[in-house]
Design a protein around this ligand. Sequence first.
Ligand code: COA
Length: 428
Amino acid sequence: MNESNLAEYKSKLRTPEQIIDMIEDGWYINAGQAAGGPVTLFDALGKNKAKDVTLQASLITGDFPFCHDDCGLWHEAWFFGPAERAWHKQHLSTFTPAHLSQCANRVLTRTKPSMFWGVSAPMDNHGNFNIAYGIAYEMDMLEEADIVVLEVNENAPHTIGENTVSIRDVDFFVESAHEPLTTNAVPTTELDDIIGRNVASLVEDRSVIQLGIGGIPNAVAEHFTDKKDLGVHTEMITDSMASLYEAGVITNRNKQIYRNVMVGTFVFGSKELYQFVDNNPTVQLIRGSRSNDPFVIAQNDNMVSINTCIQIDLSGQVCSEEIGTKQYSGTGGQFDTAYGAQRSRGGKSIIALHSTAKNDAISTIVPFHDRGAVVSLGRNDVDYVVTEYGVAQLRGRTVSQRVEALIAIAHPNFRDALSRQADEFEIW
Ligand code: COA
């Protein structure tokens, strides 16, 4: 270890409380998302005394004192998870609409972070750190922040890619021994399994895949075991991708860009996944502005995006992020990947969903969206829609053809009503 780097590291080392004491009234603090949330700083944030402080962080994973105590915080996120939904209910949190490819630059046009907080594995022999769990927006924020703080944790993976940070670009370090933040794969249901099989039937050998967030994408991956030479260009690197790589299904050898390498912008899953990406040059993290740029995605042939949604209307508009007027998650990279895949030679974009929700009480295929629900993927950009009842290809189809195709994959209990409503509201 280089002695001068070590001396610089020690001189920049602070306690979490010392960092919290630096916060001034009106500051914006930007922190890493999901597994990249700095747990030790988040724990200390409950002691914040400054006023009108905004925390910008998405998919906060865990239950921290600042989630409950009145510590002068306002919160902003571009993707909601359970923590954000709970704050939103208490009017302590708001949502920033943005595609993942632009989630950093949209915020930066409005404000710059006073402080950036990220998580890194320990310093390497050359004085470098890494933003361990992902760089959907983190590198862009780090570069613009007035003060950069890294939480260094020997349990964090040393990931490889565009996420390297020199000791010279960090103002302060905090040490943490916290276990990595994980998310468990949702167990696959019988219905997920049928949908997974339907989706897998559309994916050819040598395709390059993106898998979205939720139970269905995991089930889809389970049906890829007999595919050959798949590649990955995605936003979220998941356990199922690690398993398919280890099984020899994902080889990345037929990609046009990032050949032989699996790329994504963040990693979120089990401890085994973090071990898989640790010091693994065949997995690389690239900025969200690049992983999700539709024109970058389109450079791979046979790109297939696979995402899910809450509701789809009969003309093909997809709502993936709200239940009625309530923000549930976010657009994430749904449009980016769907559009990018359709621009790819031989590409396909798939939205897979259960035909019903709430124990079969409601249809997810509807004549029009619930009042106030936003459209995450416009009808001009929708391609394949898959349920447990089959596949509807909407790209290039008229509204009449779409209505017919979507009713055919709706739950049988709702098909007659949907036909009547399509007539009544003159949809087709
Ligand atoms: N009406 C009312 N509620 C509905 C509904 C509908 N049509 N469809 C689903 N729900 C409810 C479910 O009952 C569930 O509620 P609960 O948490 O109280 O049980 C909730 O919505 C989530 O549904 P579920 O099917 O469990 O969601 P999921 O975990 O599989 O995630 C999305 C599905 C759509 C929310 C998720 O994929 C997402 O956020 N997508 C947008 C972002 C994206 O696709 N990014 C791309 C790449 S990462």
